[in-house]
Design a protein around this ligand. Sequence first.
Ligand code: NAD
Length: 499
Amino acid sequence: MQEIGHWVNGKMVAGTSGRFADVFNPHTGEVQAKVALATQAELDQAVADAAKAQVAWGATNPQKRGRVMMALVGLINRDMEKLAEVLSREHGKTIPDAKGDIQRGLEVIEFCIGAPQLLKGEFTDSAGPGIDMYSMRQPLGVVAGITPFNFPAMIPLWKMGPALACGNAMILKPSERAPSVPLMLAALCKEAGLPDGVLQVINGDKESVDAILDNETIQAVGFVGSTPIAHYIYSRGTAAGKRVQCFGGAKNHMIIMPDADLDQAADALVGAGYGAAGERCMAISVAVPVGEETANKLIEKLVPRIEKLKVGPYTGGADIDYGPVVTAAAKENILRLVETGVEQGATLVVDGRDFTLQGYENGFYVGPHLFDHVTPDMDIYKKEIFGPVLSTVRAQSYEEALKLAMDHEYGNGTAIFTRDGDTARDFAARVNVGMIGINVPIPVPLAYHTFGGWKKSAFGDLNQHGPDAFRFYTRTKTITSRWPSGIKEGASLNFKMMD
Ligand code: NAD
């Protein structure tokens, strides 16, 4: 059995804890590897080494750091096929979807090539007599990234790119359910010219996360994962005086107005609801048609599209729409929630409960489900299911639909499908959600904008990637300088204005 260790000081090292987690092949249900779970001592040593390496890296000029990012882009593109294959085999998503996962991470690395521009700082000439004032952005030192299973390439790249481009060293703690791609990315960073020790990938579970939170050298923590863990890490990390941003779960609503193009809306819902087996934080999991007629027509259009979906392994060819979910536990959780939906009175219009795939009976496949007549008090509405399950909540008016999205505890993304500009504009202005799509079902902002939810979908002030990432991973220092060859003011005990 393959044992996956850690990436420390520029090479793979075996774990010493004697503790391991199973890494599954979700397509077959087999354990394909064991990943080492780090101890506090292993984590602390990796941090100490990272702190030493960071000194020279932080002093490296930003254009040289940008060049490492540029080389990394080329190397990831070179290894795209290999990375996608490993990603699909551990995660379960299809190869085209795995390439999308890598691509959206790569775009953030492309953005980070612009580190010199993004780190330029500010300057005021002659802020007072003979006085200049300037601000610079300096790296924090050693920072940590803790990432989820569902984007094993994209989210580690979102963390490491900006952190490293800003001159920090990073401890990356990827999901123990999909650890291989982050390790491959670390090896590519070395090949791209990143000095040893500047990026350490430490595999682990709660023990290593707690070790990160307790380590006094680590200045900042960027987390992505489920809301309860996000809240835990935010509370404990900030109490320890760290800078922390935590992105959590989601329940993304898509509102379908009576004037919407219903074919377009149905296609969008199928892609956004069932792509990656629903294991996306930006998946649409709630459809809100406005008016009974819209709802009836929408369901009529959705059912044949959903019944046509092809579920299968990533090796099954280009017509596979989505693969298995990540673990048997994830599958059980999804099916349990589907049962509660039925028990609590929702109408199960497409029932995927008996789905099995011939030849892959032990794989973690879940058939597609569509619920109608879901109400806000039901568990399937309140909880994040993170599976191929779309719930339809019928609203009688735009205001009622808007209120649903606003009252939900999550606020990651939301979409509206309409041809009416006034309604779309009103929705974008009023809804209390971080990322909005107008006739776009998965409004994931591009690398040069920022990504982040509201309400219980995110804790902390700044978003991921884009300019916010460069703010998160740097500290501002402001310098006031005077070279007064001819100015003699004498001593003053007053708190003076510069005029
Ligand atoms: P998760 O919360 O189970 O795990 C995330 C990370 O936290 C992993 O590295 C894991 O090892 C660690 N962890 C797990 N349990 C822990 C504990 N008790 N104490 C400390 N650390 C712990 O999340 P997941 O299942 O890997 O990912 C899916 C979740 O992530 C979904 O809720 C999804 O919506 C969310 N997500 C959010 C975004 C976003 O940007 N908002 C993006 C992707 C995924």
